[in-house]
Design a protein around this ligand. Structure first.
Ligand code: ADP
Ligand code: MG
Length: 704
């Protein structure tokens, strides 16, 4: 049954957390660091030296030989460069282990190969990593031994952000500042800081490693580019919340242990809708920690899967026709003394502060719906958003019956006098207790849903970093708070002004509220009538970044400069282009070197069989003949589509980098890829399974 795990004991054992710091650091040093973590400021070198020394001693006790600055460049994954703690050999031939304050707070990776979108001229390739002391350092144990990982921000010589973390921290400062203004208006004098909290639910697939390695598409692009549907898909709904199989259960156990040791509070795990699909959710944490932890979760899932002879697929759409994976980004804002600004209380209609906050969020999301949509755009998510499984590509807000009713009252009569109560849920079974019901049922189809005391942004892709969506959320809400405070701070009669503002916000932005079925065609038409944007693809979403309103807002709150936004736009086009290019080239490779040769062999088997049967004196060969004709026709179609894809890819590849090229890939290359897939998937249904050159969907998702 495996060894006994004492969770409370192992939790955080590999993290240089507050307890460790308090134990190890001299009191004064600890206090200084704590002040900086809470209030910001610069760390002097002498203090940094002491911290670095203690951190190193602690890490060495955990077996660490190396340290690395751990950062999040615009590649979507994390980056690290390891340095051993050793110094140059002494005359005695021995070495010392050293780690200085300077090495802790600043790193200088040769950064010329990270995407910068033109921010860094090639002659000025310097990039710096700077310690983010608000996210704790940790020791990671893996095949490389143990490594001290120091979460850092990454920026250029001139201070421009080259990563996801820097703007995230900036956006957290923005929302802190504007929320505090708002709280002060309501007479709150005790809270000192407001922080966004984030809890991401991570979906993923597991497949057998041996089978994975037989598929070049999975190896190179993380998703299947060919593949016919098996006789059984997810139609029985028997996988969702189903009993977890033993192989998977043992994998999950190891994942949890690893995560707990790293201070990640992995909490929920279950089977998801699609066969071989699962989910892991930690308990929410401060936004920047949650972003770091989500990267750790993704890396841990991958690493532990390998140890169990499996591969973890984080791609948004590994299998066509089977549900894809996303990441629900749960978001709320909380004061340092524990007040959640999104908590409506029992009678939301009387909770004026909550109503103002809510009306501001609604305003923010309506004003910047396109930007929020963009924050969830990545090449893989193009296969989900708007396709009948994930939320639609249209941003709307689900409030639920209770709040929608309050908004209704406010908009129509100017006052809200009641809140719908939840009541009791009676099961009709005497031995079961009656349960208190929530005031609102759930809605699974909304991209942005209020769920009790938080918003759940459901568009994010499973492989994507959650930094982007949270940067946008923090900033657009900071802007709405700031606008509200500008008005309210000047108001003569605060009560009247706040009442008018809430009503105005709700009235002007009510169009974004939608409580119905987001998957229906009627909603698409209705949203269009309401004037809501429906941005169907990544390529169409990217320009939202540099729209006038976006630039103005990001600059006002010091989150991005115009140059940084333009560079990100460029990086995104490049990322899209490269992704599709890899996929196209992989398809070309598989079709020409594996699929066509296999089908040719199969036609020979059929032809030989026809001849052999005839030679045996039997003239009835219609089945073989029909198969041969069908196969040959599809083979011809495959060859033709393959040539068309080769041509489209070559043309796209030769274009100048940028928006036009990305658009060409999106419109022409993707179409050519889809056209090649059609005859190949049909062939897979005909050709002898023994001769098909790779494992099928059935092999991959039902036989893990
Ligand atoms: P669901 O029923 O939505 O699938 P889960 O339990 O799978 O719920 O995940 C919900 C996530 O939301 C968890 O990560 C949880 O910690 C997080 N969460 C709960 N409350 C808050 C909050 N106030 N702010 C941010 N995240 C929260
Ligand atoms: Mg969940």
């Amino acid at each position: 049954m495996g060894e006994y795990v004492n969770v409370a004991e192992i939790f955080g054992e590999n993290v240089f957390n507050d307890t460790v710091m308090q134990e190890r650091l001299p009191k004064k040093v600890y206090q200084k660091l704590k002040d900086i973590i809470e209030e910001g400021g610069d760390l002097d070198l002498a203090t940094a030296d002491v911290i670095a020394h203690e951190m190193k001693e602690w890490a060495i006790e955990k077996g660490a030989t190396h340290y690395t600055h751990w950062f999040q460049p615009l590649t979507g994954v994390t980056a690290e460069k390891h340095d051993a703690f050793i110094t140059a050999p002494l005359p005695s031939g021995k070495v010392l282990m050293s780690f200085s304050g300077k090495e802790l707070i600043k790193g200088e990776p040769d950064a010329s190969s990270f995407p910068s979108g033109g921010l860094r001229a090639t002659f000025e390739a310097r990039g710096y990593t700077a310690w983010d002391c608000t996210s704790p350092a940790f020791v990671r144990q893996d095949a490389a031994g143990a490594t001290l990982c120091i979460p850092t921000a990454f920026c250029s010589y001139t201070g421009e952000a080259l990563d996801q973390k820097t703007p995230l921290l900036r956006s957290m400062e923005a929302i802190d500042k504007q929320s505090m203004r708002l709280l002060r208006l309501f007479g709150n004098t005790s809270s000192k800081k407001v922080t966004p909290s984030v809890g991401p639910e991570q979906e993923y697939f597991l497949v057998d490693a041996e089978k994975f390695l037989q598929r070049k598409d999975l190896i190179y692009s993380g998703r299947t580019l060919f593949g016919a549907m098996p006789p059984k898909g997810q139609e029985m709904d028997d996988h969702y919340f189903g009993t977890i199989r033993q192989r998977i259960a043992s994998f999950m156990k190891d994942v949890n242990i690893e995560l707990w040791k790293l201070g990640v509070s992995a909490k929920t795990q279950h089977n998801e809708v699609a066969p071989a699909q699962h989910e892991l959710a930690p308990i929410y944490a401060e936004a920047n920690v949650a972003v770091d932890h989500n990267h750790i979760v993704m890396q841990t899932l991958k690493r532990v899967a390998c140890q169990h002879g499996m591969k973890c697929l984080l791609h948004e759409k590994p299998f066509a026709g089977v549900n894809g994976s996303g990441k629900h980004n749960n978001w709320s804002i909380t004061t340092d003394d524990g007040i959640n600004l999104l908590d409506p209380g029992k009678t939301p209609h009387e909770n004026i502060q909550f109503l103002l906050v809510l009306s501001c969020i609604i305003q923010a999301v309506d004003r910047h719906a396109g930007l929020l949509r963009e924050s969830a755009a990545d090449p893989g998510n193009d296969h989900r958003l708007g396709a009948n499984e994930a939320p639609p590509a249209i941003i709307s807000i689900f409030l639920g019956e209770q709040l929608e009713d309050v908004v209704e009252q406010l908009v129509s009569t100017g006052v809200a006098t009641s809140s719908i109560r939840g009541g009791k849920l009676t099961t009709g079974v005497k031995s079961l207790p009656d349960l208190n019901k929530d005031a609102t049922d759930r809605n699974r189809t909304s991209p942005f849903a209020f769920t009790g005391n938080k918003f759940e942004f459901r568009m994010v892709g499973s492989r994507d970093s959650i930094a982007g969506p949270n940067i946008v959320l923090n900033t657009i809400v900071a802007e709405a708070f700031s606008d509200a405070c500008d008005i309210l701070e000047k108001a003569e009669d605060f009560d009247e002004a706040v009442h008018d503002l809430i009503k105005k916000n709700f009235s002007e932005h009510q169009r974004i509220i939608f409580n119905g079925n987001g998957y229906s065609d009627e909603w698409v038409a209705e949203a269009e009538r309401r004037g809501l944007p429906n941005i169907r693809s990544m390529v169409e979403a990217i320009p939202e970044l540099t729209k006038k309103e976006s630039v103005k807002m990001f600059e006002k709150f010091g989150v991005f400069t115009k140059a940084e936004l333009e560079s990100r736009e460029e990086v995104k086009y490049e990322n899209y282009t490269k992704t599709i290019n890899i996929e196209a080239k992989t398809m070309i490779d598989m079709a020409s070197k594996q699929i066509i040769p296999a089908v040719v062999k199969y036609t020979k088997v059929l032809a030989d069989s026809i001849n052999a049967v005839k030679a045996a004196g039997v003239n009835e060969v219609t089945v073989q003949k029909k198969l041969l004709e069908e196969t040959s026709a599809l083979l011809k179609q495959t060859q033709k589509s393959l040539n068309a894809l080769i041509e489209a890819e070559a043309k796209a590849n030769a274009m100048e980098e940028g928006k036009r090229q990305a658009k060409f890939y999106h419109e022409k290359v993707v179409m050519a890829m889809e056209e090649l897939r059609v005859p190949v998937d049909e062939l897979e249904m005909i050709v002898d399974k023994e001769m098909w050159p790779m494992p099928s969907y059935g092999d991959l998702i039902f036989e893990v």
